[in-house]
Design a protein around this ligand. Structure first.
Ligand SMILES: Nc1nc2c(ncn2[C@@H]2O[C@H](COP(=O)(O)OP(=O)(O)OP(=O)(O)O)[C@@H](O)[C@H]2O)c(=O)[nH]1
Length: 305
């Protein structure tokens, strides 16, 4: 690695674990720093890039595919462009999609075109330690693979856990990694930026083809939703729905809110006027072949006011 090499931090973690929350914290605290963020949403609407673009202009989004498989070439091209920027960047942060294997991103950084210009600083993996519904099968395997690739593992959402639960999640995910228990993915700045902390262990597991594991679709429209019916629908979402997020307009005063659903929990929080102007749009990510789409769409339409 030469003196001009730019450190790259990879932020990984399963759908809804808290990666965007981590990035938003970071951007709040690093004004003035020459930092670029690459955001990859698996769904066809890049909701996360929209949230982060409020905070920085240096956000580059890779859409409609997973950064570690279907849009890996786009990642390579984007990193090349960032490596050639002048004045040089001080740091690049990559937010992987929730279905990505961070090890493959690490491999991308080793491409001959990049490896003299950029180097991996650390893989930070965020785990949702408070899922009401633990992941199973291939989904659990992917979550473990993401945790195993971490230099620093954030056991997030600890506000929702008691001491025994935290200890058992540490036992489950944290073997061998440096673990921090976090709330809102808050970690000290120096761990996120600039600590040369590479100690990634190769995990040697074969890759997963994400197209085979997940179904993703989106909904956009002008309708307003009945708040009470929407909440009822959210309370009863089926287990195979892994993630739902986006903006949704409520009837009554016409307020638009961010809807976040993951692991059996949902959250609604007010959107800004600029966000509301983007209209209602939601991304769904479900277990492949769970056959949920039709019922979910009927259910959602049933909440229209
Ligand atoms: N209670 C609680 N909620 C949290 C915490 N961290 C994040 N959340 C919530 O979890 C939801 C998902 O957070 P995000 O930061 O969007 O997760 P993500 O990993 O970027 O999600 P994807 O990009 O869709 O994979 C949001 O509703 C957050 O507000 C935490 O420590 N405690």
């Amino acid at each position: 690695m030469n003196a001009a090499s730019i450190p790259v931090t990879v932020v990984a973690g399963f759908l809804g674990a808290g990666k965007t929350t981590l990035l938003r914290n970071l951007l709040e605290r690093c004004e003035g720093r020459r930092l670029a963020v690459i955001v990859n949403d698996f769904g066809e609407l890049n909701i996360d890039a929209g949230m982060i673009a409020e905070q920085t202009e240096a956000v580059y989004s890779l859409e409609n595919g997973c950064i570690c498989c279907s849009v890996q070439d786009d990642l390579l091209a984007q990193l090349e462009r960032l490596a050639n920027m002048y004045p040089p960047l001080e740091q690049v942060v990559i937010e992987c999609s929730g279905v990505s294997d961070p090890q493959r991103i690490v491999q991308t950084l080793g491409y001959p075109k990049l490896r003299r210009r950029l180097h991996l600083d650390a893989v930070l993996t965020v785990v949702d330690a408070a899922r009401r519904e633990p992941l199973e099968g291939e989904y659990a395997r992917l979550e473990r693979m993401q945790a195993a690739a971490a230099d620093l593992l954030l056991l997030n959402k600890c506000d929702l856990l008691d001491a025994d639960e935290r200890a058992s999640q540490r036992e489950r995910f944290g073997r061998g990694a440096r673990v921090l228990e976090t709330i809102q993915a808050q970690i000290p700045d120096e761990l996120l930026l600039g600590e040369p902390s590479r100690k990634l262990r190769p995990h040697g597991q074969e890759g997963i083809d994400h197209g085979d594991l997940f179904d993703s679709w989106s909904w956009q429209g002008e309708a307003s939703f009945d708040g009470a019916r929407l909440k009822q629908w959210l309370e009863a979402l089926p287990r195979g729905l892994l993630r739902l997020k986006g903006l949704i307009r409520l009837a009554g005063q016409g307020e638009t809110v961010w809807l976040q659903y993951v692991g059996g929990r949902y959250q609604l929080r007010p959107a800004t006027a600029a966000e509301a102007a983007q209209g209602s749009r939601l991304v769904f990510i479900a277990e492949k072949d769970a056959g949920l789409r039709a019922d979910l769409e009927v259910g959602l339409r049933g909440c229209i006011s």
